[in-house]
Design a protein around this ligand. Sequence first.
Ligand code: AHG
Ligand code: MN
Ligand code: MN
Ligand code: MN
Length: 288
Amino acid sequence: MTVSDPVVEDVVSTISRTATEIRQGLVGRRGTVDEENPSGETQAEADIWADELLEGRLTEIDGIGEYASEERATVVDCGADPDGDAYAIACDPLDGSSNLKSNNAMGTIFGVYDAALPARGDTLVAAGYVLYGPITTMVLATEESVSVYEMSGGERRLVQSDVTLPEEPVVYGFGGGVSNWPDEFEAFAREIETELKLRYGGAMIADVNQVLTYGGIFGYPGLESRPAGKLRLQFEGNPIGYVVERAGGRSSNGHRSLLTIDPDDLHERTPVHVGNAELIDRLEDRPT
Ligand code: AHG
Ligand code: MN
Ligand code: MN
Ligand code: MN
């Protein structure tokens, strides 16, 4: 099933083909380089390689004005004016790349913004991720709905449409480490751990995919050592918040939908909580 907007369809099919190549090319690229990305993180060889593949292909698409990624300090200007009729693409080329060492799931996140970057999440027209799990799948959210595709040979095959979070939450996963959580988040987590099953694997999209599949909540809160948390708004929080909100759930930075945050900086971090609306409401209602 193709996407109605031809530019978005072109982006999604380009990402489908490129993600297939990325997954195949992870073998032999599991090392790190002694470079840091704009967030000050050590880069994996595969982080840089995946970003270069995506940038090379996506900036060629007519109707794309900008490309930015977690691995790149500045926005790549592709000529057309995204405040005009062009879109801007933000990617996390490899989310969970530290899982390369332990051979656990990871993936590629993308967001298609109808605004110049950095942009609010509510300017997204599409967002999603490719999950490199036992099977390679793509979760794609558009203004219409959320769909799941299985990927093979660079093509995508629709396997589920109108995806919504299951009513009853089952799983939870919270990052950052208990010793680094502020007291009010720790109290919330203590409640949740008596109600749900722990599923945490160190790659946000793999953990979020469990929430999308079984219902529940994923969070990477603001930390005592780092009040803004670890995850980046443009490349991780907004696209995943868009997917989960389109699937009938909620997103939050602890106080409000991630999609309503006015960004100051391309690489700004934010606490990220996504999942069943009732659980996110409970988090936001806690005394801070
Ligand atoms: P990335 O590999 O793109 O830098 O993202 C890693 C993020 C996210 O995927 C995951 O939820 C989080 O880091 C895990 O952090 P911890 O290692 O602190 O659990
Ligand atoms: Mn990283
Ligand atoms: Mn990431
Ligand atoms: Mn990454």
